[in-house]
Design a binder for this molecule. Structure first.
Ligand code: FAD
Ligand code: NAD
Length: 400
């Protein structure tokens, strides 16, 4: 009898954690597991703002997938998924290959929401992937070199669109590194301006007021120009148009929100901003051998509330999803997914952070430390103590 084929699409937070759990749950020879991802590395999406600002070494953010999985149990395929054919249970790849599945997990992550605003697609810089984040950093560094040639002040004006968690974290990293870049390129730092543009009346809209106040004050101290109640209407190569006028800049880093993946709509399914509605077992209704988690999934915790697109959600869904795939295969009982919110913390450079854990707002250096602990816990889940030592201290006690 042919072995069941389990196919996992995407090796981000959700995909890799599910795959690692499948490694543990499946008996030898029980199923063929294939993990498909665009790149041969897993990037730590939650730290892409650091790559974008040049504050993290590449090998801390992009980790070879082959070193994270058991290559004897998992067949890894580096390929881009181009379409999904749920009727014939097939995944089509950009290289024209077709992969058949019995059980499928779609965990391809978010796409950037542009709201159709003119020029965002072509001229704004997006923190989407490791590559797109590297492109942001190269562009920023290039502005400093070009400034030496043309002295155009627009080159030294760095605008971040949106002051949600991503925007605030991006601003923090720019504050940390632009001073170094100015020094490296012999440009007076006083000429550099960091602007954060937010449509809502406050940064971190909807977050605890105490955290909002703290971050606003910190931005002031850091010399960041915060423009709240300001909506971006257009972006060109040379300026950003907002409702109060134009800002001359060659750098708009877009962090105004995310949506699900276009592949569902292209497959003819109905989505909610590109996300697939999933049931309490993380399956797509009416396609019960297809699971969907992380930023691709629209999971309702109650009648009114859907879970946000966070790594915390994807990481908690992964193990339940793996258990349910195996249970579906074995014909045993499925487990309901229950989300346990552990708090939210936004870093503002390596030295400050702000967040809320339970009913408590945490801020400053303590919060920054908490954030680093959360990051280390993720590394532990990925590769045990060896990976934590290797990534955080540069030590490699296990010799891999
Ligand atoms: P992802 O982690 O995005 O992984 C998707 C994977 O699919 C990627 O490897 C991608 O290359 C691959 N892929 C995409 N398309 C294709 C294709 N067509 N073919 C093949 N492969 C493909 N959340 C938190 O909880 N805490 C945080 O501190 C936090 N910080 C963040 C900071 C930033 C800068 C950003 C951008 C997000 C942050 N988030 C945070 C949100 C979090 O990163 C996401 O919710 C999380 O990554 C979702 O996991 P995922 O598995 O759904 O997708
Ligand atoms: P978001 O939707 O949370 O924030 C986008 C911000 O952009 C909003 O404040 C919105 O008012 C603003 N905006 C939208 N259109 C605008 C316009 N035209 N002009 C000016 N401002 C505009 O998106 P995000 O910050 O990218 O976060 C996406 C998800 O990732 C969220 O679920 C977030 O919680 C998660 N995340 C978490 C962390 C963390 O936990 N540390 C860090 C980053 C992201």
């Amino acid at each position: 009898m042919n072995k069941p084929k389990i196919v996992v699409l995407g090796s981000g937070y959700g995909g890799i954690i599910t795959t690692k759990k499948l490694e543990k749950l499946l008996k030898s020879g029980e199923a063929d597991v294939t993990l498909i991802n665009k790149h041969s590395y897993h990037y730590i999406t939650t730290q892409l703002h650091k790559t974008s600002a040049g504050t993290a070494q590449d090998n801390k953010i992009a980790l070879p997938i082959a070193e994270l999985i058991n290559n004897e149990k998992i067949n890894f395929k580096k390929a881009t998924v181009s379409s999904l054919n749920f009727d014939d249970k097939q995944v089509l790849l950009e290289n024209d290959e077709t992969v058949e599945y019995d059980y499928l997990l779609v965990a391809l992550g978010f796409q950037v929401e542009t709201f159709g605003i003119p020029g965002i697609e072509d001229h704004a810089f997006k923190i989407r992937s490791f590559r797109s984040s590297k492109a942001i950093y190269h562009h920023i560094e290039n502005q400093f070199s070009k400034y030496q040639e043309d002295h155009d002040p627009a080159r030294l004006t760095f605008a971040v669109a949106g002051a949600g968690f991503t925007g605030v974290e991006m601003v923090g990293e720019l504050v940390e590194n632009l001073k170094n870049l100015a020094e490296k390129h012999d440009v007076p730092y006083e000429k550099v301006q960091i602007i954060n543009i937010e449509a809502s009346p406050n940064l971190l809209p909807g977050f605890a007021l105490d955290a909002v106040k703290y971050t606003t004050e910190l931005f002031k101290t850091m010399g960041v120009k915060l423009m709240t109640s300001t909506k971006i209407l257009e972006c060109t190569e040379n300026y950003v148009k907002v409702d109060s006028g134009e800002i001359a800049t060659k750098t708009l880093i877009w962090s105004c929100g995310v949506r699900g993946h276009q592949l569902f709509e292209e497959a003819g399914l109905e989505t909610i901003r590109g996300k697939m509605k999933v049931d309490k077992f993380l399956r797509i209704p009416n396609l019960e051998d297809v699971y969907c988690i992380g930023d691709n999934a629209h999971f309702m915790v109650d009648e009114k509330t859907a879970l946000p697109p966070t790594a915390q959600v994807a990481m908690q869904q992964g193990p339940v999803c793996a258990e349910n795939i195996v249970a579906t295969m074995r014909g045993t009982e499925l487990k309901e997914f229950e989300y346990n919110h552990k708090g939210s913390v936004a870093s503002i450079s390596d030295y400050y952070a702000v967040g809320k854990v339970g009913n408590f707002v945490i801020k400053g250096k303590f919060a920054a430390l908490m954030k680093q602990v959360v990051e280390a816990k993720y590394l532990f889940a990925l590769g045990g103590p060896g990976l934590v030592f290797k990534q955080t201290l540069g030590l490699n006690p296990l010799g891999f």
